[in-house]
Design a protein around this ligand. Structure first.
Ligand SMILES: NC(=O)c1ccc[n+]([C@@H]2O[C@H](COP(=O)([O-])OP(=O)(O)OC[C@H]3O[C@@H](n4cnc5c(N)ncnc54)[C@H](OP(=O)(O)O)[C@@H]3O)[C@@H](O)[C@H]2O)c1
Length: 199
C-alpha cells in the first residue's frame, strides 16, 4: 500500500476526493474504524480503501490529517517507523505556545515519529479550496512542500504533481518552511494563500 490518509474529516475527505478524481488508490482511516467510512467510499468509489489505523500506517506515504493534539496517539500506534514519509497537514491553531516550546509544530510531530521522514505540505488551504481553482481555469494550484529530508521533499513534490498540483519546494522546516506554520497563535505568511502556477 503506497498511500494512506489518517483522518477523514474536512481536510482528509477533501484529499480523498482528489485521490479519487485521479483514480489513485489510497487507504483512509479515522478514530472510529473503517465501517464509519461507508458513505465516503460510496461517494468516491473503489479507489478509497477504508482501513483500521494500524493497517493504514503500513503505507509508504502517510497524510496526517488529524487535529494537532491527536498526532501523539497516531504515532504511538506503531512501535517502529521505517523511513515512512509522514505528510504533516496539521495547523497548530489553538495550541498553547508552551506545548511547542521553541519548536515548530512540525518539528514536534517529527519527534513523535522517530525513524519516519516528516514533510510539511497540503496544510496551507481550507478544505473547500484544496484541489479547486475557482478563478483561473486550466492552471495548477500551488502546494508548498517543506522538509529537512531533501529526498522526502522531492517524493512529496512528485506526489503533488501526480495529484494535479504545482509543487513549490521551500527547503528545510526551520527556514523556507516557517511561513507554513502557526507560531504563537499567528498564522505564517503562506497559510491561506491560494496561488496558481501559470502555464
Ligand atoms: N479543515 C481545514 O480546512 C484544514 C485545512 C488545512 C489543514 N487542516 C488541519 O488538518 C487537521 C484536521 O482538520 P479537519 O478540519 O479535517 O478536522 P476534523 O474535520 O475534525 O477531522 C479530524 C479527523 O481526525 C480523526 N482523528 C482524530 N483523532 C484521531 C486519532 N487519535 N486517530 C485517528 N484519527 C483521528 C477524526 O476521526 P473521526 O472521524 O473518527 O472522529 C477525523 O476523521 C487539523 O490539524 C487542521 O488544523 C485543516
Amino acid at each position: 500500500m503506497k498511500y494512506a490518509i489518517i483522518g477523514s474529516g474536512k481536510i482528509g475527505s477533501a484529499l480523498a476526493r482528489i485521490f479519487a478524481r485521479k483514480g489513485i488508490e489510497v487507504a483512509v482511516a479515522n478514530s472510529r474504524g473503517p465501517e464509519t467510512l461507508a458513505s465516503l467510499t460510496k461517494e468516491l468509489g473503489a479507489t478509497i480503501l477504508p482501513k483500521d489505523i494500524e493497517t493504514a500506517l503500513q503505507a509508504e506515504i502517510i497524510f496526517l490529517a488529524v487535529p494537532f493534539a491527536a498526532h501523539k496517539d497516531v504515532a504511538e500506534r506503531l512501535k517502529q517507523w521505517n523511513g515512512n514519509i509522514i505528510i504533516d497537514m496539521t495547523n497548530a491553531f489553538g495550541v498553547a505556545p508552551d506545548e511547542l516550546g521553541d519548536l515548530l509544530s512540525s518539528e514536534v510531530i517529527s519527534r513523535a515519529f522517530p525513524g519516519a521522514r516528516l514533510v510539511k505540505a497540503f496544510n496551507h488551504l481550507p478544505a473547500a479550496q484544496l484541489g479547486t481553482n475557482p478563478f483561473v481555469e486550466g492552471q495548477r494550484q500551488a502546494v508548498f512542500v517543506s522538509s529537512n529530508d531533501a529526498d522526502a521533499s522531492a517524493t512529496v513534490a512528485a506526489v503533488a504533481n501526480q495529484l494535479g498540483f504545482a509543487p513549490v519546494e521551500l527547503g528545510s522546516l526551520d527556514q523556507g518552511g516557517v511561513p507554513l506554520h502557526v507560531q504563537g497563535g499567528h498564522r505564517g505568511g503562506l497559510l491561506f494563500q491560494n496561488l496558481v502556477k501559470l502555464g
